[in-house]
Design a binder for this molecule. Structure first.
Ligand SMILES: Nc1ncnc2c1ncn2[C@@H]1O[C@H](COP(=O)(O)OP(=O)(O)OP(=O)(O)O)[C@@H](O)[C@H]1O
Length: 260
């Protein structure tokens, strides 16, 4: 199991976000070490998605400091965050439905290419070589997540579980410092969940770092190195799954009279 003394990939502190009268996040901070799977859990409306949206540049926070791989970053726009090295998937799958699986991954890869518009328009040798390399890499990634045989299928024709794998392949294509997965097991059946767990494990073993929001507490507890629990926008616990599971506040938040 990875330990926290490892080099930090993501270090955020003091994140607050208010929507009108609602304090959706109050002074939340996490540090994720390289090679860790870090879980973010909490009852409905706890602020998990808001936290994700803040660190990936979708929402502007009221306060907070942000560091990725030791460098400060400003989560002011999604494309800037992607360029800085955070790739994410979405709760509601966002693929290009009418593009093939391979093309969807190639789009992810283009964020790291160099030929630019000139090369694309005039199809320079540099552009063509780069395009071939991108195609090869995209196929490798599809193989890696276990859907290589569907490379030429349109994204919308893939099963739900395979679309989620495709989203992960696309995220990996950007060579991210951190992969943020927003409820990757949502809507999956038991077999698909087992496969997802194996895939996330494999990604971690390949020295990638993962932040995971997930409702399936069993999956989170079995997979994560560390976990933060949010409740009404506050961080009520942080630690290893074993520590968090014993925490009184956590038990209360999940089982308490509120039942929210
Ligand atoms: N854009 C927004 N405008 C106003 N309120 C919002 C907005 N986004 C989230 N909220 C509110 O902030 C709170 C936290 O919501 P958030 O979606 O972050 O919770 P969550 O933990 O992801 O919940 P769930 O598990 O149901 O997805 C909720 O009360 C929600 O209604």
């Amino acid at each position: 199991m990875a330990d926290t003394s490892k080099e930090a990939v993501l270090k955020v502190a003091g994140i607050s976000k208010r929507f009108g009268g609602l304090q959706a996040l109050s002074d939340v901070g996490i540090t994720i070490g390289r090679g860790q799977v870090y879980g973010l859990i909490g009852p409905n409306g706890a602020g998990k998605t808001t936290f994700f949206n803040v660190i990936t540049g979708l929402y502007t926070p009221d306060s907070g400091t942000f560091e990725l791989a030791g460098r400060p970053y400003e989560p002011t726009a999604v494309h800037k965050v992607a360029k800085a090295g955070i790739a994410r998937t979405f709760q509601n799958i966002r693929l290009f439905a009418d593009m093939t699986a391979l093309e969807n991954v190639m789009v992810g890869r283009h964020i790291r290419t160099h030929s630019g518009l000139f090369g694309a328009v005039f199809r320079t040798k540099g552009f063509r070589d780069e395009e071939a390399a991108i195609r090869r890499r995209a196929q490798e990634l599809l193989d890696y997540v276990g859907i290589g045989r569907f490379a030429d299928y349109k994204a919308r024709t893939l099963s739900y579980g395979d679309q989620r794998r495709l989203e992960i392949a696309r995220a990996l294509a950007t060579d991210p410092q951190l992969i943020a997965l927003d409820e990757p097991a949502a809507g999956m059946n038991a077999t698909e969940k087992v496969q997802l767990r194996e895939l996330i494990d494999r990604i971690r073993n390949d020295d990638r770092t993962i932040l995971l929001i997930e409702h399936d507490v069993k999956l989170v507890m079995g997979l994560c190195d560390r976990v933060t629990v949010l409740d009404y926008g506050k961080q009520i616990a942080e630690g290893t799954p074993a520590e968090v599971q014993k925490n009184e506040k956590v038990i209360e938040a999940y089982l308490g009279a509120g039942g929210h």
